[in-house]
Design a protein around this ligand. Sequence first.
Ligand SMILES: Nc1ncnc2c1ncn2[C@@H]1O[C@H](COP(=O)(O)OP(=O)(O)OP(=O)(O)O)[C@@H](O)[C@H]1O
Ligand SMILES: [Mg+2]
Length: 133
Amino acid sequence: MMTNNTGDVLNLQGVTRRFGSFTAVDDITMSIKAGERRAILGSNGAGKTTLFNLVTGDLALSEGSIQLEGVESSKIATHKRIKAGLRRTYQHALLFEGLSVRDTLFLSVAGIRNRWRSILPIRKTDELQAEVD
Ligand SMILES: Nc1ncnc2c1ncn2[C@@H]1O[C@H](COP(=O)(O)OP(=O)(O)OP(=O)(O)O)[C@@H](O)[C@H]1O
Ligand SMILES: [Mg+2]
């Protein structure tokens, strides 16, 4: 992702999320520079996944603000955050029962999308197989 003029790609200011009267994420302020690595640590139920869901836009903020590359995140739809370079992995990976490792990788390779994919010709099976290899 690109940086804003302070070199930050991500700024969280007073980020808070409530579920009813329960506060799952409470007043988180942090910034992350390009290339910087951070770890979010916390016990079960501490609010880590909720925090990620707020950054991606899967969940709305109760209070606070998030800036991506200096742009207020509430102005950026989730799919646009992804196009700008934001990525995540999920806590629970689900596999199709009965598929081989090769078939699982094939599905993953075949499912890769990018900006032009919808107007490019459908990729041939042997081309996808080569990528799986
Ligand atoms: N949609 C929801 N509705 C109500 N409560 C929720 C919801 N999502 C999460 N919570 C609650 O918010 C708290 C934080 O949950 P979260 O899943 O973010 O924790 P976590 O740090 O990711 O935990 P773990 O280490 O178990 O993955 C928990 O008490 C959880 O029950
Ligand atoms: Mg979690």
